[in-house]
Design a protein around this ligand. Structure first.
Ligand SMILES: *Cc1c(COP(=O)(O)O)cnc(C)c1O
Length: 364
């Protein structure tokens, strides 16, 4: 095989990930997603920033969850696990099901009944996961899988599993490689808060600096060898108004938002995410469901990029915070577009104009 063939993020970054030569890698060639510069939107609004979207919707199962799942399932298999389990708002279950299929092991996924986008449910079902719908939200499911995995031979692959964050940190490496250095700002949606924590781990390692997770993480970072950037970005996390524990500074018991991927009120990575915000001198802000849907439509119509509602909150947040002057002039800003718009066609169709119908028969 020619060695330029891309074979996934573990092979690419194996010296910065907890694997060795004997590890059997479970991969679907995830990662290596495009970094797309926005043109039309900043032009129209007269913004002086350079804005890039890291389109994670182009991962094998359509979301960034694949980055963490390749690592988590690889380590589960290495430890001899026969089955994995997770709670999910949708994308984690899709990724868990696909990577378990690839590994030849079983997967069990708990999802909140009626509150998961249909594309995601179809993935978990097609890949042969045992799908368990619960009468409760993601946070209830999370409590349940923690209990189950502590008493049964089930490997927990939610982002409380540190290998998930190790896989997800590679997004920072790719952004730095594409831009030549870290951006000034990196903007993302925040739900369970694993991803913002993983971004910070990746950027910190890349700049040869300690991060807030160092005292919580058992990995000895090989700092000096990994330095590829001169700085770390300011991280900005956007939350849906109905599910915004970081804005309220306390857990939210009944989270609600149309952006089901971030409908989470008790984020597991609470401490890590606060550390990332403080160390990066970043901030959290909230957007309403209406702002989220508008931003999703604006991005799709003006730039040709179709992301799911949770991902579009990054654009909604920029529309608000750039106008307010919260970003320093002439900045380089990267948005993580966490998942593909096709995951949730119902929400997209509901907010679009119905197709034109030709009444006259066009058949001969
Ligand atoms: C999981 C997910 C998020 C939230 O990421 P966290 O790590 O839970 O904060 C955001 N958007 C999409 C599309 C997701 O699947």
């Amino acid at each position: 095989m020619n060695n330029h063939h891309y074979t996934g993020l573990i092979n690419k970054y194996r010296n910065r990930l907890p694997v060795d030569d004997k590890t059997r890698i479970i991969s679907l060639n995830e990662g290596n997603t495009p970094l797309i510069q926005l043109k039309n939107l900043p032009n129209k609004l007269g913004w002086e920033h350079e804005i890039f979207c890291k389109f994670e919707g182009l991962n094998p199962t359509g979301s960034f969850k694949d980055r963490g799942m390749t690592m988590a399932v690889t380590k589960a298999v290495e430890s001899g696990a026969q089955a994995i389990i997770c709670a999910s708002t949708g994308n984690t279950s899709a990724a868990a099901a696909a990577y378990a299929a690839r590994a030849g092991i079983k997967s069990f996924v708990l999802i909140p009944e009626g509150k998961i986008a249909l594309g995601k449910l179809s993935q978990a079902m097609m890949h042969g996961a045992t799908v368990i719908q619960i009468k409760g939200n993601f946070d209830d499911g999370m409590r349940l899988v923690q209990e189950l995995s502590s008493t049964m031979p089930l490997n927990l692959v939610n982002s409380i599993n540190p290998y998930r964050l190790q896989g997800q940190k590679t997004i920072a490496f790719e952004v730095i490689e594409a831009l030549g250095d870290a951006p000034d700002y990196h903007v993302m949606p925040v739900g369970n808060a694993g991803n913002i924590s993983a971004h910070w781990i990746g950027y910190s390692e890349s700049a040869g600096q300690q991060c807030g997770s160092c005292n919580l993480c058992d990995r000895q970072c090989a700092f000096k060898d990994d330095v590829i950037s001169t700085k770390r970005p300011t991280l900005v996390g956007y939350q849906a108004s109905g599910a915004a524990p970081f804005l309220r500074n306390e857990m939210v018991d009944s989270p609600e938002t149309i952006a089901t991927a971030i409908r989470i009120g008790h984020p597991v990575s609470w401490d890590l995410a606060w550390a990332a915000q403080k160390e990066s001198t970043g901030w959290f802000e909230e957007c309403t469901d209406e702002e989220i849907l508008q931003a999703q439509k604006v991005l799709a119509e003006s730039e040709g990029i179709f992301c799911e509602p949770a991902s579009a909150i990054t654009i909604a947040g920029l529309l608000k915070d750039v106008e307010r002057g919260r970003y320093q002039k002439n900045s380089t800003i990267v948005c993580t577009l966490t998942g593909h718009g096709l995951k949730d066609p119902d929400t997209a169709i509901a907010q679009s104009e119905a197709p034109v119908v030709v009444r006259q028969s066009v058949m001969r």
